[in-house]
Every structure is written in structure tokens, then in C-alpha cells.
Design a protein around this ligand. Structure first.
Ligand code: NAD
Length: 378
């Protein structure tokens, strides 16, 4: 079993899918590990660290040569994997609904594409869930970046020169990222409130010491929602939410938006006129900027000033914590493969529940039920 790890080539991608720790663990399972030179450089892992762990460090083409498994953060172009074995498994983030052309390329190349972001939300897959591990870090970093862009302090300070009042922080969308954003803003001393469409989050918000702000007159999503995910809300709900947000947001200094709906553009939560109601100098961090944006006018990887409010949103916020993000991502991949490692054949044998949920291509065809029969975009 040969495992290959290539250097990430996507713009602003600083993470790597293998750490020396997981290299050692894969080798202990009986695999050979080949890493492209420089793969860990942006995550503070040197080639020598990989060699010390027992991996070989080589050129891109040689690393891919004869690979049975390729590990990546963002799926590499299939052309880069020409030397891999027929049917090799590629575990990575694929953005399968946005990049159907690439999925088709994997099918044509005869590779088995495994989209780690489609990992089902079941208890036994928690340790394999790359969305959770990366969102947690992104939620933390979003608060730090917003605090950095804010020209005032977060905690209340009583000084001889007068009192500085606590910042008011509002978190919209309380999934993994939102919960970590609440905790981080609280630790920095802010007054925190938060909202979500799923009723189960109300208690979670309270347990972190923040104030829940919820639409009361129109029903949201009871409990956790299907698989923990939100769906698109009714017109009536959206109108009630907009009204609630309008009255709340004008009094906020920092807003962090994290709302996502799987396979769909991010829901619009903040309009231009709501931004206009905020005080000049306020900051909005849009964690969904790259998925279409929760905030009108936000642009991925750019800071824009709208009505005196700074609106920011990096496309790859977790990647700004490259070392931790890589360590957790690499462990997710190891947990995934090792759970299915078959000692007799010395290779992973995926089961139906998880395999069918994440497999995009196999045997030369696109096989994922949500993609079969859809033509790739022009
Ligand atoms: P997500 O990234 O899909 O979305 C972020 C949040 O935005 C969610 O809480 C969602 O409800 C919210 N949202 C969507 N539309 C909204 C709108 N219009 N207005 C306000 N909020 C909106 O979610 P996530 O962070 O991946 O987590 C969602 C849930 O799944 C959490 O309860 C989490 O604990 C659970 N989860 C479970 C597992 C597991 O069991 N393996 C793994 C990961 C997450």
C-alpha cells in the first residue's frame, strides 16, 4: 500500500494532509508513505521531519507514481495523478457540487474520489469529520481577525482615564464554527449574543454564557435538523428573521456570520440597509464569503468598507492556522482510513454507510447519488 501526499497548489492553501505523526501511524499499519518535497512547508513541517517519521520525500511525479491512496486537502487536478495505480483512492475536499468538472475528470482518470466534506454526521464518524475540525478553528480565528480590525477593545476596562465599554458581538449561525466563535468572543470579554434557525442551539448558546436571539413567531427547525444541517427557510421565516436582525444588529459592534446550507449557496443574512444601520467602525466577518456570502457586498479574501463598516471574510480561514488545521485534518484522514483498514489484505475496505456517502467516482464513472445524471456546468 503506497500512500502519496502532494504539495497543495491551490491559491492561499497553506495546509497539508499528512503530518509526521500520521505518517508514522500509516507506516505502522504497513503502508509506504511518499511526500512531495515542500508539502509541509507552510504548516511548519520540514521535509526532514517527514523523513525522520519514515516517509520518503521526492518529486511530485515520483510521489504520485504507483500510489494506491492519495491524501490531499484540496483535490489536486486529476492530471497530476497520472502515475497513480488504476482505481487509486483520493481522499480530499472536492467541492463536488461546485466543481463537477473536476469530479468528471476523476471519473475519466479511473480514480476513486472520496469527498471528505460529505462524511455523514454519525457518532462513529465524528473523528473523521473534516468540516468540524476545520470549522472549529475557523470560528476561533474569525473572532481574532474581527477583533484585530476593530478599532476598540473587546473587554470592559475601568481605567484612571475613564471606562472602555465591552464590545457587543453577535454570532449568526451556531454550528461548530459559531459555538467556537461565541466561546472565543466571551474569553476576550465581549458581550455576546447569537442566533440560529435550529432550536437545539438555544441551550448551547446559553450554556456558553451568551444571549440567544430567536425568531419567536414563525417556526424554525425543531431540534438539530436533519443530520445536524439546516435547510432553506420559508419566505415567512426569512422575513421574520430579517426584522429581528434589523432591530438587533444596529446595536452590535462585531457580527460573525457562519450560516451554511450543504450543497446550496449560503443564505443571505445581512442586507446592505442593515449594514447601514450599524455604527461606523463596526466589523462584520463573513465566514461564508466563499460560498456566496451571508452578507450583502462581502468579497472573499478582501476587506471592504460598506457604510463605514469593515466587512471581511477569508475563503480559507482555517488555513490561517495552518499548523493546527493540518494536524487535525491529517488525523481526520488517518482516523478514517485506519477504521477501515483490513489487516488481511493490508488495504482499506470502506463500508456502505460511509463509503457510499463520500464516494464520488469509481470504475470510470460518477457514482454519487446526488451527482449521477447531472451534467457538468459549462
Ligand atoms: P453548518 O456549517 O452547516 O452551518 C452553520 C450553522 O448555520 C448551522 O448551525 C445552521 O443551522 C446555521 N444556519 C443555516 N441557515 C441559517 C439561517 N438562515 N440563519 C441562521 N443560521 C443558519 O453547520 P455545522 O457547523 O457543520 O453544524 C451543524 C450541526 O451539526 C451542529 O449541531 C453540530 O454539532 C452537528 N454536527 C454533528 C457531527 C457528528 O455528529 N458527527 C459532526 C459535525 C456537526
Amino acid at each position: 500500500m503506497r500512500i502519496a501526499v502532494l504539495r497543495e497548489r491551490a491559491e492561499r492553501e497553506s495546509r497539508v494532509a499528512l503530518t509526521p505523526e500520521t505518517a508514522r501511524k500509516f507506516i505502522a499499519l504497513g503502508a509506504d508513505v511518499a511526500v512531495e518535497a515542500g508539502a509541509g512547508q507552510n504548516a511548519a513541517i520540514s521535509d526532514a521531519d517527514y523523513v525522520e517519521a519514515g516517509a520518503s520525500v521526492t518529486s511530485r511525479a515520483q510521489a504520485a507514481e504507483g500510489a494506491d491512496i492519495v491524501l490531499a486537502v484540496q483535490a489536486p487536478p486529476p492530471d497530476d495523478l497520472q502515475g497513480a495505480k488504476p482505481g487509486a483512492m483520493v481522499a480530499a475536499i472536492f467541492d463536488p457540487f461546485g466543481r463537477q468538472d473536476r469530479v468528471q475528470g476523476y471519473a475519466t482518470a479511473g480514480l476513486e474520489a472520496l469527498a471528505m466534506e460529505l462524511m455523514p454526521r454519525i457518532t462513529r464518524a465524528q473523528s473523521m469529520d473534516v468540516l468540524s475540525s476545520q470549522s472549529n478553528l475557523a470560528g476561533y480565528k474569525s473572532v481574532l481577525l474581527a477583533a484585530n480590525a476593530y478599532g476598540r477593545a473587546f473587554p470592559m476596562m475601568m481605567t484612571a482615564a475613564g471606562t472602555v465599554s465591552a464590545a457587543r458581538v453577535f454570532i449568526m449561525g451556531v454550528g461548530v464554527a459559531g459555538l467556537q466563535a461565541i466561546a472565543t468572543a466571551r474569553r476576550l470579554g465581549a458581550q455576546v449574543s447569537a442566533t440560529d434557525v435550529r432550536s437545539a442551539t438555544r441551550e448551547q448558546i446559553q450554556s456558553l454564557g451568551a444571549k440567544p436571539v430567536f425568531v419567536e413567531n414563525v417556526e424554525g427547525i425543531e431540534g438539530e435538523g436533519s443530520g445536524g444541517y439546516a435547510s432553506e427557510m420559508s419566505e415567512e421565516y426569512r422575513a421574520a428573521q430579517a426584522e429581528l436582525v434589523s432591530s438587533h444588529i444596529a446595536r452590535q459592534d462585531i457580527v460573525i456570520t457562519t450560516a451554511l446550507i450543504p450543497g446550496r449557496p449560503a443564505p443571505r443574512l445581512i442586507s446592505d440597509s442593515q449594514i447601514a444601520s450599524m455604527k461606523a467602525g463596526s466589523v462584520i466577518y463573513d465566514l461564508a464569503a466563499a460560498q456566496g456570502g451571508n452578507v450583502e457586498g462581502s468579497r472573499a479574501d478582501e476587506a471592504v468598507t460598506i457604510h463605514g463598516v469593515t466587512v471581511i471574510g477569508h475563503a480559507n480561514t482555517a488555513g490561517l492556522l495552518a499548523a493546527d488545521a493540518s494536524a487535525l485534518y491529517a488525523r481526520n484522514l488517518f482516523n478514517f482510513f485506519s477504521a477501515f483498514w483490513d489487516e488481511e489484505s493490508g488495504r482499506p475496505q470502506l463500508d456502505e454507510e460511509i463509503g457510499d456517502a463520500i464516494r464520488l467516482t469509481r470504475g470510470g464513472a460518477v457514482v454519487h447519488p446526488q451527482l449521477v445524471g447531472q451534467s457538468p456546468p459549462d
